[in-house]
Design a protein around this ligand. Sequence first.
Ligand SMILES: [Zn+2]
Length: 410
Amino acid sequence: MKYLLIIGDGMADDPVPELGGKTPLETAEKPIIDQLSRRGQLGSVVNCPKEFEPGSATAIMSIFGADPLRYYHGRGPLEAAAQGIALADGDMACRCNMVTLEDADKPYDERRILSHSAGSIDGETADELISQLWASPEFAALAREYDIEINPGSSFRHFAVMHHADIDGIRLIPPHDHLGEVIGPLAPSGCAVAGKLDALQRAAFRFLDQHPLNVIRRANGLLPANSIWFWAEGTAAILPDFAEKYGHSGEVVSAVPLVRGIARLSGLPAPLVEGVTGEIDTNWDGKCQKTIEILSRCDFAALHIEAPDECTHNGDTPGKIQSIQWLSSRETGPILDWLRSCGEDFRILLLSDHKTLTSNRAHGGDPVPFLLYDSREQTCSGLDYTEANGLKTGLFVPQGTALMDMLFDA
Ligand SMILES: [Zn+2]
């Protein structure tokens, strides 16, 4: 028996007026996903407990069977795990995004944040800017004083680890949920560590705003990576062992450090496929081939596609629809062909982890549709994979932590 989990990050949405009142899932042509949905079970699930801001950290943890209410101590440590960064007692890990603040003749605090990803900046430029920033005299002196280190990630996603950091009461804000807003009220707050992070963000803006690479980016019509943004703080994380819990094991394919970190902390390897970006220009075929390769030697594989979520944050509705279509045609299709030819029965769980809303480019915590397909039995929901159809069947799973038992038919 083979077991396949496919996650289309943030592909669920609310109806969009510009799409004639349909959602992107209802608009996209995705015949292979719809075929699985029609021949299998379709339902709705809540992956984000209402106690937390909706997002992939808690949603993906739930899907992999770790109850966020018990195991979630912040997103940073989950992502740090993906990089093999082990946190010591008293360490705080957080994300350090490259972001775009508006070009305007205004004080720092009155500027708006335009992009949480510096316009989906490429990895090479991002690494160059972040390395130069952390080596620049003013910034480096502050970082030494505050005992904070940077671990360059991929593209706009970098990580910081601060030692001996008491983050009780800290308030850091996810930048992708506040695009277009003035940054003053969004600054780190709540404790002494927050004040240090705020000082670092201001120093970063002074160094980066007129950096030659940003001058070139502006000249080329690209958004400058003119500041950094700390968020997703947390302390060391321990998750239940996946193989021990479910009696099945395998590997996880994802571009996103958060997802690879959750996998690794659950004891599942998460090999990085060359050319993946977490955006619509990712290596679609490489991820598909890697998933097939894992299934050929393990009984479980998980494939995570970030593009629908990033497209939504970027206000790119056609890109979101395209990425859903490619999830169907370039990932699910070829993997399904391989499964049908491998000589074993198989079960597939496919879902969106949370909603990402076109209306405000932020995450939503409503139930999301999931489909469960078994090659041995056709339960025949008769319905396409959409938000409304997922609710219509009456199959409602109040906690995403139940999903993996459903996939393994436990
Ligand atoms: Zn997102």
